[in-house]
Write a protein that binds this ligand. Structure first.
Ligand code: SAH
Length: 208
């Protein structure tokens, strides 16, 4: 395995209590397939990298923290808002039944799709469009992940989530966001804060 990739796994085992299956999924998926060729040497640096259209592929540790918080099960139907490179969707696809991942920038939706093909992943459906209102057609979802900073969790997403389902999302202003892990109980979200992060802004109807 790539030495820097091994170092990340080693550090995570010491500093975090990530699910073993999540660590295996990280080990399996090649981040090299989701970045631009000019950043190949930094594939396993623990920082975000620029992709196309001013967007970024998230820092590996951030991807792990968010996906771990989803408590994925092999039967889960998952919605991701912000496909970007498709990397997050690729990791989730190894731990869930189906992933619908929406991307508002058409060029990036095509990028994500071609990256997922390189990894021969077939249970991810990339949709080009505005995910801030969810994607009703493939709902209800067991888990929803928003990978862009949002002013609040959109009502539409709560409606498209199953009872007992989980939403993980960075909520805040454009400069800093608190990562929320919310569980739907009796139709309402019960929220827990799991740290501070900085993401690119959510666009679209319920974005900034
Ligand atoms: N999960 C990605 C990281 C994406 S960065 C990865 O693993 O690479 C956030 C992405 O959200 C950007 O690509 C941005 O274009 C997209 N985005 C922003 N607003 C959106 C919206 N309303 N609907 C869908 N995608 C959106």
């Amino acid at each position: 395995m790539h030495p820097a990739k091994e170092d990340l796994i080693k550090r995570w085992k010491e500093e975090y209590s990530f699910n073993e299956n999540l660590i295996s999924a990280f080990g399996f998926v090649k981040r090299e397939n989701f970045i631009l060729p000019e950043h190949l040497a930094e594939a396993y640096g623990d920082h975000p990298l620029p992709i196309l259209s001013g967007q970024t592929i998230s820092q590996p540790t951030t991807v792990m923290i968010m996906i771990d918080a989803l408590d994925l099960k092999p039967t889960d139907n998952v919605l991701e808002i912000g496909a970007g490179s498709g990397y997050g969707a690729a990791i989730i696809s190894r731990l869930a039944k189906k992933v619908t991942s929406i991307e508002i920038i058409p060029k990036l939706a095509a990028f994500a799709e071609s990256n997922l093909k390189k990894e021969k992943i077939r249970n991810v459906e990339i949709i080009a469009g505005d995910g801030s209102i969810g994607f009703k057609k493939n709902s209800p979802y067991d888990k929803i992940i928003i990978t862009a900073a949002c002013p609040k969790i959109p009502e539409e997403l709560i409606d498209q989530l199953n009872e007992g389902g989980i939403i993980v999302a960075p909520v805040g202003d454009l400069f800093t966001q608190v990562m929320i892990k919310a569980t739907k109980k009796y139709g309402k979200l019960e929220e827990k804060k799991i740290g501070y992060f900085r993401f690119v802004p959510l666009k679209g109807k319920k974005g900034y």
